[in-house]
Design a protein around this ligand. Structure first.
Ligand SMILES: Nc1ncnc2c1ncn2[C@@H]1O[C@H](COP(=O)(O)OP(=O)(O)OP(=O)(O)O)[C@@H](O)[C@H]1O
Length: 591
């Protein structure tokens, strides 16, 4: 039985049937609780019940991980919907209820990040705002801008009015319209509550104010039929300068209007050796003593800090550390290289691939595919790019289900007129494998063959034509952009979807909630960690400690930290080591 693998504190949370806040330290089993809560609730549901469990995660990667872990437990994931709050809003609020809002009634397009960034750059120039000036683009729950600097308001008006005129929505408008729909029509919340028995919010400490509002509309209008569990750790709140708010227990009770809400915590850390925990407790903001339950002897750990190498030596040094760990028997998928800023992922990955040609790397933080997962063709493309392995069956079946639903929504007709259309769709997709070595050509031919097998003439469905154009345009723009430098061949496209395909290269935000035997983290410099945005607009001391806390607490056994020399500000001033890291007195290992 699944629940046997929980300790008594974890079991209490899983068996509770109240609204609940779970805050606990890294490695204490919060994700394990979420997985088991889903499995437990599904086991209690009657098979004829049409209800589902909703899990809101911080990243798509975290959501995929939940699906994978449920699959591994043998839990059927068709009754679970997991994704980011943006995907949830799109799928469950905007798509079905767009007709209720004047702004969306006559159609809309989701704009992608590339469009947003070039539009923002253009408008900043027009409004004499510096390229690097950070403007808060968020919209509050009452529809007002979060930005308090009045000189930026004309710029924001220009940006948002432009989107509205062209019937486009970005991520902020997506939340804004969703919140507006729920506020105006409580019946929508009530229907959602009828579908979702539980809402599990992972990493709640990084939730935006308007996102709390969306969740609370659903819970408050649920006639006590739905519950919410907020799961997180305030010490890991690394999104504050970008709008994350870690509400406390009292605030949450008010937010969802439930004075009986429970608050629980978990003790113990099942992930890391005590020596690793003692090291990162330097960056902890509460007094809590974290006890390791991981059975990893301190003698087997290695913690190093290198502050003497130059930035030019970084690839060689990281390659040396990787080789050292591989020689010590650490598997590739248990090693993670954390980059200080996402745009560095591509260049370091390329250099490491050259230096260690035999080693596999998983740099899926940057994919050529559109990040707009709600795009119909993104979903179809994902099926063509993943292998039909037995362990992937349940996930792929669910994707097929989504494609069929979306097709119906956008065309008003069934994709396949047969019982179990998902099975048939998968069978057709699995049988198509054009002999094209270039990724774009491969996908284009897959789509053509699929449409012909299904007897679908796309010219009758303008929405699908335009979403196809957006999908391919995004890929092409990414492939042409030197910052990304992503490979163009079919095999590499497929690799982006392969699980555990090697050493993970990502940012600290990208691997939230994950764990590795060895973590190698470089660029630990003031200006990178924390980023300049935090320094100018946030609380740099708190951001600095929290980032270090999250980085170091990913490691089970080995932690290799690097604060290289030679990196400069735009004005040519040398960046120094992150102050909180520099101040730690610790008996580091030499490697
Ligand atoms: N009761 C338990 N017995 C054995 N191992 C456990 C138990 N609970 C959790 N673990 C293991 O401890 C590790 C950390 O758990 P998990 O990832 O759920 O922690 P977390 O609290 O979500 O951490 P973070 O805050 O860093 O995301 C995982 O490998 C998990 O399988």
């Amino acid at each position: 039985m699944i629940l046997d693998e929980l300790n008594s504190e974890q079991l209490e949370v899983v068996q509770s049937n109240r609204n609940l806040l779970l805050t606990a330290c890294p490695g204490s089993g919060k994700t394990r609780v979420i997985i088991n809560k889903i499995a437990h609730e599904l086991s209690l549901m009657k098979s004829e019940s049409k209800r589902k469990i909703l899990t809101l995660t911080f990243t798509n990667r975290a959501s995929d991980e939940i699906t994978r872990r449920l699959n591994r437990l043998g839990v059927l994931t068709s009754e679970v919907w997991s994704g980011t709050i943006h995907s949830f809003c799109m799928e469950w609020i905007i798509k079905p209820y767009a007709g209720y809002l004047d702004e969306l009634r006559n159609g809309f397009t989701i704009v992608d990040e590339k469009y947003i960034s070039s539009r923002i750059t253009e408008l900043k120039e027009e409004h004499n705002i510096g390229f690097f000036d950070n403007v808060n683009m968020k919209i509050e729950r009452n529809g007002e801008y979060s930005c308090t600097n009045v000189s930026y308001i004309p710029f924001l008006d220009n940006y948002y009015n432009g989107l509205k005129e062209s019937k486009m929505i970005d991520f902020e408008l997506l939340l804004h319209y969703s919140n507006k729909l729920l506020a105006r029509y409580p019946k929508i919340s009530n229907s959602l509550a009828k579908i979702f028995k539980y809402i599990l919010v992972d990493e709640f400490q990084d939730t935006q104010d308007i996102q709390y509002s969306i969740i609370s509309h659903i819970i408050k209008n649920s006639d006590d039929n739905s519950n919410v569990i907020f799961v997180g750790d305030i010490d890991q709140a690394i999104y504050t300068s970008l709008g994350g708010v870690a509400m406390n227990f009292e605030e949450l009770k008010v937010e969802i209007d439930d004075s009986n809400m429970e608050s629980k915590t978990l003790t113990g850390n099942y992930r890391s050796a005590q020596r690793i925990i003692d090291f990162y407790s330097h960056f902890q903001s509460n007094e809590l003593q974290i006890q390791s339950e991981a059975n990893i002897p301190d003698e087997s750990t290695l913690i190093s800090l290198n502050r003497n190498i130059s930035k030019e030596q970084i690839p060689n040094e990281i390659a040396r550390l990787i080789q050292f760990n591989l020689n010590n028997g650490i598997p590739e998928s248990e090693i993670c290289v954390l980059v200080p800023q996402w745009w560095l992922i591509t260049s370091i990955t390329r250099r490491l691939r050259q230096l260690l040609p035999e080693v596999n790397f998983d740099a899926s933080g940057i994919t050529p595919m559109s990040q707009i997962r709600e795009n119909f063709w993104y979903k179809v493309g994902r099926l063509f790019l993943t292998e039909p392995l037995p362990k992937m069956y349940s996930a792929r079946y669910k994707w097929a289900e989504e494609i069929i639903e979306l097709f119906k929504l956008q065309t008003n007709r069934d994709m396949l007129d047969t019982p179990k259309p998902e099975k048939i769709l998968l069978r057709i997709i699995n049988s198509i494998n054009p002999n094209k070595t270039e990724g774009i050509e491969y996908l284009a031919e897959c789509f053509d063959e699929l449409l012909s097998e299904l007897n679908i003439d796309l010219s009758f469905f303008p929405d699908l034509v335009s979403s196809k154009e957006i999908y391919f345009e995004t890929i092409e723009t990414r492939l042409q952009d030197e910052t990304y430098d992503v490979p163009t061949d079919t095999e590499s496209f497929k690799k982006f979807y392969r699980e555990n395909s090697g050493i993970v290269i990502n940012t600290c935000v990208g691997v939230k909630g994950e764990e590795f035997e060895t973590v190698i983290s470089y660029g630990l410099l003031y200006g990178y960690v924390p980023h300049w945005n935090e320094i100018y607009n946030g609380n740099p001391d708190s951001a600095s400690k929290k980032l270090l806390y999250v980085i170091c607490s990913r490691a089970k056994r080995n932690l290799h930290l690097i604060a290289e020399t030679g990196r400069q500000t735009r004005r040519g001033v040398e960046l120094g080591i992150n102050r909180h890291l520099g101040e730690v007195e610790f008996d580091y290992d030499d490697i």
